[in-house]
Design a protein around this ligand. Structure first.
Ligand SMILES: Cc1cc2nc3c(=O)[nH]c(=O)nc-3n(C[C@H](O)[C@H](O)[C@H](O)COP(=O)(O)O)c2cc1C
Length: 168
């Protein structure tokens, strides 16, 4: 149990093509920042579209979100869900981790049966679809890296290592 947290789920689009390595670089830098604010999160990327969940103290999540909105590398940052007063985190393992949906194993195990590529782009605007896909992918990432998805205390908010990010 912890003090109440807020959870945001949002969607954004890259303005121009970026390499996997550069996106992972953004993720690790962001994770370091999130960790200092006791914020945890998880994001997925497909075709330049990001879905991201952020959880933590309301003020910290709000101020990080405002900085993300101002980031010129992406645009159309749409807040899809905001759930306040939560007593446990759904995405607590990493301060931020990033999975690429076009990773063959992830696509085969999690996404392919739910959605085609075009379908993903369209349905990613739907809050229920976005949260569901983030949850499934988070669980896949935890299982693939042997980490318990349920987190408490110091186990929360890791900085992702290369082996946690699956696509090297
Ligand atoms: C898709 C995406 C997700 C991001 N997520 C986070 C995040 O969770 N936390 C964070 O501090 N910065 C995140 N950033 C980076 C911020 O937008 C911003 O560049 C960074 O916090 C540095 O801000 P500053 O230059 O004002 O210090 C993200 C950027 C992108 C493009």
């Amino acid at each position: 149990m912890e003090i109440q947290v807020i959870a945001y789920v949002f969607r954004s689009e890259l303005k121009s093509i970026m390499s996997y390595t550069d996106m992972q670089g953004i993720c690790i830098k962001s994770a370091r920042y999130n960790r200092t604010s006791h914020v945890t999160g998880f994001m997925i990327e497909c075709g330049g579209v990001f879905l991201q969940a952020l959880e933590g103290p309301e003020e910290a999540v709000g101020s990080i979100f405002r900085r993300i909105v101002d980031d010129r590398r992406h645009h159309h940052v749409d807040l899809l869900l905001s759930n306040e007063g939560l007593r446990r985190r759904q995405f607590g393992v990493w301060a931020l981790n990033l999975m690429f949906l076009d990773d063959p194993l992830l696509w085969h195990r999690v996404v392919g049966s739910l959605s085609s590529y075009d379908d993903f782009l369209e349905r990613s605007q739907d809050p229920v679809f976005a949260l569901g896909l983030l949850s499934l992918t988070y669980r896949f990432a935890c299982a693939a890296t042997g980490i318990d998805p349920v987190t408490v205390g110091v186990k929360r908010g890791r900085i992702p290592r290369a082996r946690h990010m699956l696509r090297q």
